[in-house]
Design a binder for this molecule. Structure first.
Ligand SMILES: Nc1ncnc2c1ncn2[C@@H]1O[C@H](COP(=O)(O)OP(=O)(O)O)[C@@H](O)[C@H]1O
Ligand SMILES: [Mg+2]
Length: 377
């Protein structure tokens, strides 16, 4: 039997819950050509939400075409232009002949070289003359807009893991080039999403940055416990099992409503349930999840310095003032300047996140493991 929960893949259709407000805001933006910036820590549901909202739009309006680009393994401008060009061509043609005709029509000075796979799935790789691209990236950056005008369609370019552009050689100059071209588009809009809240926030909301006021910024929250409970209960019922609402709530609570972990823990609990599920099964499933991850957590912890671990200890203990004399002394943190540095490095390593001066562990299961098995508190 198929299991009723999903994690590690995009949550679509029946696996998708809640997010009604965010979905309708995205749909409005997509329909009206408003750029959207979606920010949240990883595994909170950005990619799933974009897919969900774009599918709903596509169903109603086939004249809006979506191009999906994932920058997760893109490390340079050259690769960026390649994947951008490829995905635009792919999403705007239904047949190979059309794709080739389009490239002959819309390229003037840059002549891309195609390498088609023998399979009939239209997959291909593309090679661009990098010297030529550097001279006039406009031709590629305006490709979607030119196709949209010609075919009388609207295009929404969705770029996942957008924070990766900060690792390109000259990110600021690159962002300026993108913005300068993209802001002129009337028929193409952009949905840019990524984790690393700090970097994303800086790129899109600092006055001095090229992408300042580029679009509607949406900070995605976790999904609330009240919404998880009916979702989990329904999945159990559909598969002829039963879970008490309190136990469903416990699943959400144990992983602090972290979307990926809620689905994972629900799955592990479901697997342990013959017919009726109670708190015992949830707690057993949770411990097995922690055990499953302990090797990974040990590896992460090995990369931390002892002061970094001391600060995490203080955070777990919810010490109110991390830089007070007493805390510095009790947790062997050195100076208060040191605390600031450690905080930065832990944010950079994506162990913690700071919002409105509130510090949180990004991974609730890691927090639990660190407290119980490493620090033994
Ligand atoms: N709306 C949702 N309903 C149910 N589960 C979700 C939802 N959004 C995310 N999830 C869960 O979280 C996991 C990670 O979602 P994903 O969209 O890949 O996050 P992100 O792109 O932010 O890293 C999914 O595989 C799924 O298990
Ligand atoms: Mg994602």
């Amino acid at each position: 039997m198929e299991t009723p929960f999903i994690f590690g893949k995009l949550a679509g259709e029946t696996f998708f819950t809640d997010r009604d407000n965010e979905t309708s805001r995205m749909i409005t933006n997509f329909k009206n050509g408003i750029n959207t910036i979606l920010i949240s820590p990883r595994r909170w549901g950005k990619s799933s939400l974009v897919l969900h909202a774009s599918k709903l739009v596509q169903k109603k309006d086939p004249k809006i075409v979506f191009t999906y680009i994932d920058l997760f393994n893109i490390r340079s401008e050259e690769q960026f232009y390649q994947v951008l060009t490829k995905e635009i061509l792919k999403s705007t043609a239904s047949k190979l002949e059309e794709l080739i005709a389009n490239s002959q029509k819309f390229f003037k000075s840059i002549i891309p070289k195609f390498n088609f796979s023998p399979l009939p799935n239209m997959d291909f790789s593309i090679a661009l003359d990098w010297d030529e691209v550097k001279k006039q990236p406009e031709e590629l950056l305006n490709l979607a807009e030119n196709i949209a005008i010609d075919k009388k369609i609207k295009i929404v370019i969705c770029i996942d893991e957008f924070q990766n552009i900060s690792e390109f050689e000259n990110p600021l100059a690159f962002q300026k080039t993108l913005r300068a071209n993209w802001q002129k588009h009337q028929n193409t809009s952009y949905c840019l999403y990524g984790s690393k809240r700090h970097m994303m926030t800086e790129v899109f909301s600092s006055y001095s940055m090229p992408f300042y006021k580029f679009g509607d910024i949406l900070f995605l929250e976790k999904i609330k416990k009240e919404d998880w409970i009916p979702f989990i209960m329904e999945k159990f019922t559909q598969t002829k099992k039963e879970i008490h609402p309190e136990s469903a709530g416990l699943i959400a609570t144990m992983v602090e409503c972290h979307p990926y972990y809620v689905q994972q823990l629900a799955q592990l609990t479901w697997l342990r349930t013959a017919k009726k599920c109670n708190d015992t099964q949830v707690m057993e499933a949770f411990e097995s999840l922690v055990m499953q991850l302990s090797l990974l957590f040990q590896t992460i912890t090995d990369t931390l310095t002892s002061t970094q671990i001391n600060l995490l200890h203080a955070i777990i203990n919810e010490v109110p003032k991390l830089s007070s004399k007493e805390t510095l002394y009790n947790y062997k943190l050195g100076t208060s300047a040191n605390v600031l540095r450690i905080r930065h490095s832990l944010v950079f390593k994506e162990i913690i996140d700071i919002q409105n001066n509130k510090i949180e562990f990004l991974d609730p299961v890691y927090k639990y493991w660190l407290a119980k098995y490493y620090l033994k508190i």
